[in-house]
Ligand binder design. Sequence first.
Ligand code: CMP
Length: 418
Amino acid sequence: MSKTQWLRIVSIGAALLVGFWLPLRLIQFRIPLPIDVVMDLLISVASAVNIYLFFNEKDRSWRRPRDWLSPGLLADAVCLLPLSLLEVLIFQTQHRSLLLLNLLTIRHIWRIKAFLDEFDSLPPVVYRLVPIGLTMPLLVHLVACAWIALGSGTAGPDPDHFLEYVKAIYWSFTTLTTVGYGDISAKTPAQMLFASGVQVLGVGVFGFVLSNVASLLSRMDAAREHHMDNLDRVETFMRSNRIPQELRSKVRTYYHYLWKNHRGYQDQSLLQDLPAKMQSELYFFINHSMLEKVALFRTAERELLEELMNELKPRIFSPGEKIFRHGDTGDALYFIHNGKVEILGAGNDLIARLEDGACFGEMALVSDKPRNATARAESFCHVYTLPKDAFERVIVSYPKFRAHLEELAGGRRSGKAA
Ligand code: CMP
């Protein structure tokens, strides 16, 4: 961990300490001055850290007067002062109001977000739950302490401090979550105003926590959620366009196949934001099973494969679908990742049946003639296509690749290869 990360931990720790300890100290405990002074010293150290972190942030400078006037920095500068000693000096007693200023340190609890951001391998669930898990108990505690300070409603101040605190936590929790049983309720005008404010805050807090939890739950299975979304949209589209049942069930079967074999993700647009080199590394990994299957690729150089990986486009054909027809212009080369493809002659006679790892559509590309047969998917077929322009680019640098394809085409023409 870097120095800044350690300092952030100090800042967050101090915010939590101040948030939990100071309100309790102010409402319930009489503490000897030396303990107050030690705690105050700790808060001053944390404030110095906060000031350091403030100037450590990007776009901030010690030399710019505007930055010195930032309200956040001024608040930290106030907390840097030995407030407990000043209190005794000014008021001749361990007065309470000056210490309250130290509560300004609590706002640094938000540093937890910046802290977590620096760990790139944390699961998203941690990013969301840790800030909520730290701030919600603190909020409940602060509201409970303020409630005690205001006289604790109908329950009234309790001689047993622990019981009084537990009751206040209970009130704070039920009010913030908008449950509000009403067994402890506001009595004085100040309590009523405070309770109204907490109820308004509660609506926001409750909404925030609920929406985060709901979005977390849906993200736990983002792939299924994405798939369901697609299915919903397609179903609505088919219903509104009165698509016949038979066709609908074909579409559903396709989506079912997509889910079973690709977790619903078909397109590679997801990766388009990545640098080209990283994309090809990823494609290499994703497609390694296909690379192992296709005989043509097994002997190919690594550079050729890397280039091909960036150009290959995945496509899925449903059973009976024509991939191309006899006489079409050759626009791409095809590699079967999985599935079966029938090669049919001009009279629809079956010439060959190709399976996983086979390549087809090479004849039109190497000879620049129209397709000499029709290709039809026999089952669901997951194929990779290499568009003609990419093919032409690749064979300039890798003549061996062309030679292999010519050899394959020659063999097929003479009936020696499938
Ligand atoms: P192309 O002519 O581009 O389009 C039809 C494809 O069918 C052809 O390329 C070959 O890839 C494939 N093909 C043609 N004849 C045979 C065969 N006898 N065996 C296997 N595949 C063939």
